[in-house]
Design a protein around this ligand. Sequence first.
Ligand code: BEZ
Ligand code: FE
Length: 308
Amino acid sequence: MNRHVAPTKLISTEEDVTPTVLAAMEETSDPRFKEIVTSLVKHLHAFIQEVRPTEAEYEKGLQILNAIGQQTDDAHNEAVLICDVLGASTLIDLINNDGMQGETMSALLGPFYRGNAPECAYGDSIARSHTSGDPLVLKGRVVDVDGKPIAGATLDVWQASPDGLYENQDKDQSEFNLRGKFTTDQDGRYLIRTTKPAGYPVPTHTTTGDLLRAQKRTPMRPAHVHFIVSAPGCKTLITQIFADTDEAMLNDVVFGAKKQIAGDLVRHDEPTSKYPDVKAPFFTCAYDFILKPGVPAFPEPPIKGKVS
Ligand code: BEZ
Ligand code: FE
C-alpha cells in the first residue's frame, strides 16, 4: 500500500536534497532493504558533497556504470572484476568469513567460477587438453573443526592455465580444462592431479583495465588454485590455495592472498612409485580443508561459459 506522505516543501538548496530523498523512502516495508538503501543514499550524497563532481565528471561516472553492464556477458563479468580490484569483494568476504572458528580461511570467488564442472573420481586429472607447466598432485582431507574427516564432501576446483588464461577466455583450451568436481572418500580424502599454477594478469581490455592503468597498478594475481568445498551441515568454504612468493602475494591486484592459505608445494625431481604415471619433475601439495558447522549455500556463477 502506498502510504507516502507528501513533502511539505520543495527542494531549493543543496542541504534539502538528502533529507527529502530519505523521507521519500520512509515507508519501505522490508526493514533490511530500507536500512541498506537509506545508508546507500546517505553515503552516496556525502560522497557527492565531498568530491563535488563537475557535470562532465558525473556524465563520465554514469558512462562507466553503463560500460560495466555492457562489458558483461556469459564469458566475462565486469561488475565482479571491478569490485575485486577495488577491494570490495575481499572486504565482503572478511565481514562474512572471519576464519575465527577454526575453519580454513576463505578468499574471494573471483569472476571466473562457472559452475557445472565435470564430476571427477579420486585421483583424476583436471588437465583436459594440452596444458603447460609441471604436474601438481593436490591431496589431503576435508575435516570438521574437531578434526573429524568428512566423507562425501564436494571440492569444486578451478584454475588458470600456466599460460595465464582460464579456459573460458581461451579458444585453445578444451571445455572445462582445469575445472572439476571431486568427492571425498570414506576417510574424507581427496586427490586431484593438475598442473602447477602460475601468476597471471586479470583481464585489462575493459573498464577495470583503464582503472588499473590510471592508478599505475599491476594487473597480476599470485599463483593459486580456487576451491569451493561443501558438505551437508557445514558452511560452504570459498577459498584459494596460494603458491607464490611473498612479493607476489603482497602485490595481489584483488587483495585476496593470505598467509594462512598458502600451500606448501614440494618439488620431486625423480618419479615415484606412489604416482607412477606422473612425470618428474612434479610437485605435491598436502592440504586439509577445515569446514565449520553451518548451512550450505552456493554462489551464483559469475560466468556461464566460453568466449564464442
Ligand atoms: C581469479 O582469481 O580468478 C580472479 C579474481 C579476481 C579478479 C580476477 C580474477
Ligand atoms: Fe584465479
